[in-house]
Design a protein around this ligand. Structure first.
Ligand code: GLU
Length: 297
């Protein structure tokens, strides 16, 4: 999609310090925005208060600053968007796409007959029961058989049939928290995001997000998923895993390692300062050089 406006974002969850994988995602999303003379926004994905760590948002912001990132406008917080999530759920319910569900996780695991891309597929037990919207009931989206296709800027053609690959998925959990899948779609719409650049762990979630954005009549952004960083034990690095936080007091080695991890060549000139790196990087950025294979830190 060629748009005159490019608005990208980085959306860390303040559940742990910035690690190498999230640094790479921040770098790719920021440099891609700057290479398109676009805006780059920041959002704290702090919806799941049970997992968020107090003060971690400020720590992540300080680390990003130490690495030379400059974002546009105010930092957004998901917890400030609860009204917008409620309204979106109301619209989806009005248009008949939502039902309420009282099944527990273990009931689902027992009753499920098929597995999808993310574990057991909900067997539809509550689909036709017209259960009320009340505490303890999750809100689920009715999936369908239509194929959802999109072209990722790195991973290329992607397709999913939600009924077959995911099933009826939760958009508000039984404990009352809105699910990430709904929140991210509403957040990106509120911010007018046109380009989503993020880790490939979310590639399989993207069709659900496209489906929701269509049901809500939102424009669909373009997607560029970047390769995941795996630890030497073969597991994906996550923020909850405080094993590899990046060091804000010495940003250049990690920044250049993240740049190399993204498949990008280093400049031919000698050592760069942070300012020089940020002046140079957008003109050198070639997303097609990233590898879709597995990489180790
Ligand atoms: N908050 C999510 C994470 O840290 C990223 C959400 C997104 O980029 O859509 O994994």
């Amino acid at each position: 999609m060629v748009t005159s406006v490019y608005r990208g974002r980085f959306a860390p969850s303040p559940t742990g310090a910035l690690h190498f994988g999230s640094l790479a995602a921040a770098l790719a999303s920021c440099v891609d925005a700057r290479a398109h003379a676009g805006e780059w926004l920041l959002r704290m994905d702090d919806l799941d208060q049970g997992r968020c760590v107090a003060g971690m948002d400020s720590r992540i912001l300080a680390t990003l600053e130490a690495f030379g990132f400059e974002w546009d406008g105010q930092v957004a917080y998901q917890t400030a968007h609860l009204g917008a999530y409620r309204e979106a759920l109301g619209r989806l319910q009005q248009s008949g796409h939502v039902y309420y569900c009282r099944c527990s996780r273990s009931q689902i695991a027992q009753a499920a007959q098929r597995s999808g891309v993310e574990g057991p597929i909900y067997p539809g037990t509550c689909r036709e029961l017209s259960l009320p919207d009340k505490p303890g009931h999750a809100a689920r989206i009715r999936s369908n058989e239509r194929e959802i296709v999109f072209v990722d800027r790195l991973f290329g053609h992607q397709e999913q049939v939600l009924a077959r690959d995911v099933g009826d998925f939760v958009i508000r959990r039984a404990d009352g928290f809105f699910a990430y899948q709904l929140a991210v779609v509403v957040d990106d719409e509120l911010a007018g995001i046109t380009q989503v650049v993020r880790g490939a762990d979310l590639l399989l979630s993207t069709p659900r997000q496209i489906f929701l954005s269509r049901l809500l009549d939102y424009p669909t952004p373009d997607y560029l998923h970047i390769p995941l960083v795996f630890g030497s034990d073969g597991r994906k690095l996550s923020k909850a895993d405080s094993a590899h936080p990046v060091d804000p007091s010495d940003p250049m080695p990690a920044l250049l390692a993240a740049w190399r991890f993204l498949g990008q060549a280093l400049p031919h000139v000698g050592p760069l300062s942070l300012t020089e790196f940020w002046q140079w990087a957008p003109s050198a950025w070639q997303p097609a050089l990233m590898s879709t294979g597995v990489a180790h830190d």
